[in-house]
Design a protein around this ligand. Structure first.
Ligand SMILES: Cc1cc2nc3c(=O)[nH]c(=O)nc-3n(C[C@H](O)[C@H](O)[C@H](O)COP(=O)(O)O)c2cc1C
Length: 382
């Protein structure tokens, strides 16, 4: 019996917990508390047990990318741990890596509430959080303090950077640069997020002329050559994807994260959102979960094809099962991330997906996961 789906989820999703953001906030508070005590008993022993129950260790799942060692390909997507308060805990939930943020240079409260909605019939969510976060300086302080409690060998940590709402679009490069300067020592890789639908004008930064100065500024500051990626929206046209892929090659980006949430609303089953009673298409924000799965995979497939697999892709959007994960890997993703699926499926989802990926490897008679990356393309050719 899956305790989360049978008992905890019905409670967390019930009228008693109608505000998903409040549930999330409470969870993160608990994580913050445990993060500061993760090297002391009883928290340390509890986390070790938790890790055994949530993860699978198998050499076939490991990968070295950008000089970083990933114990498995499944990471926590940006937006869950916006202030980086639980960086020492994510391995205990089975993740192979975690991406914190989006963090902005200036602390900001985000959009008015309610701003996060569940769409249970669609196994989806709509959010218009608007980069609520405590700012880059606060995150740097948190990460510095967390280092003292960290295991010597930890899994890779990504930091996702966004533009502060008060900064005009023309000064975006300085804003991203300010955050990068404060945080560059703490992250293993960095992400330029230009794809959230919830900061006015942000997605226009995906246009090459606007993205170029941001990437140039960051790479100029990036003496240690930390991997720098860009995270894109699923709503871009093919020619925009081509332009971004070219730019990624020009600026020696380490890869692309595909994709963020979508502004599309087609084919939804959920009639009304419980928080407002509105239909989903009346609520502004980005849609995540099952409805974004197919488009996100198409984007991964296209990017891999256009770059002939030379540019690593982190695939994210609508992953719930091992089959969803396999589909994205074989489309061309080297690593994967989950957010919405994890909130629906619960803490054992990572283990289930990893175990299903191992089954898929055996069925395909492949020696390791890296051999599956982009496999759909060679299957197409034969
Ligand atoms: C509540 C919520 C907040 C999010 N916040 C961020 C964010 O701050 N930065 C970001 O890059 N992506 C953010 N995302 C997008 C996710 O990282 C992910 O790209 C997207 O949800 C698709 O994956 P999923 O279907 O597994 O959720 C957020 C998603 C949700 C549901």
């Amino acid at each position: 019996m899956d305790l989360y789906k049978q008992a905890l989820r019905p409670f967390l999703f019930s009228g008693l917990n109608a505000d998903p953001e409040a549930v999330h906030r409470q969870f993160m508070r608990t994580c913050d508390w445990a993060n500061e005590r993760c090297d002391r008993n009883p928290v340390a022993t509890g986390l070790q047990r938790w890790q055994t129950s949530c993860s699978i260790f198998d050499p076939r799942l490991t990968q070295t990318l950008w000089g970083l060692e990933f114990a498995n390909p499944l990471g926590l997507a940006a937006g869950f741990d916006k202030d980086g308060v639980a960086t020492n805990l994510w391995p205990s939930f089975g993740f192979g890596f975690a991406e914190i943020g989006t963090v902005t240079f200036h602390a900001q409260p985000g959009n008015p509430k309610p701003r996060l909605f569940r769409l249970p019939q669609d196994q989806a969510a709509i959010n218009r959080m608007g980069f609520n976060n405590l700012g880059a300086a606060q995150m740097a302080a948190k990460l510095s303090a967390a280092q003292a409690h960290r295991a010597a060998h930890r899994h890779p940590l990504g930091i996702n950077l966004g533009k502060s709402k008060i900064t005009p679009l023309e000064q975006a490069a300085d804003d991203y640069l300010g955050s990068f300067r404060l945080l560059k020592d703490y992250g293993d890789y960095f992400v330029v997020n230009v794809s959230s639908p919830n900061t006015p004008g942000l997605r226009s930064l995906q246009a090459v002329e606007q993205l170029e100065p941001i990437l140039a500024a960051l790479q100029n500051e990036n003496a240690e050559q930390k991997p720098l990626l860009v995270k894109i929206a699923p709503d871009l046209a093919w020619e925009d994807l081509d332009a971004i892929a070219n730019l990624a090659l020009t600026y020696k980006l380490a890869g692309i994260i595909a994709t963020n949430t979508t502004i599309q609303r087609q084919g939804l089953q959920t009639q009304r959102l419980s928080a407002t009673g509105n239909a989903p298409d009346q609520e502004a924000g980005g849609l995540s979960g099952r409805p974004v799965r197919q488009r996100s995979t198409e984007v991964i497939h296209y990017l891999w094809q256009q770059t002939q697999g030379t540019l690593p892709i982190i695939g994210v959007g609508g992953i719930f099962t091992g089959a969803d994960a396999w589909e994205k890997l074989t489309a061309g993703a080297s690593l994967l991330q989950v957010y919405t699926g994890w909130t629906y499926e619960g803490p054992w989802m990572v283990r289930t997906i990893l175990s299903e990926l191992l089954d898929s490897l055996e069925q395909a008679t492949l020696p390791c996961l890296s051999a599956a990356i982009g496999l759909a393309h060679s299957a197409q050719k034969t």
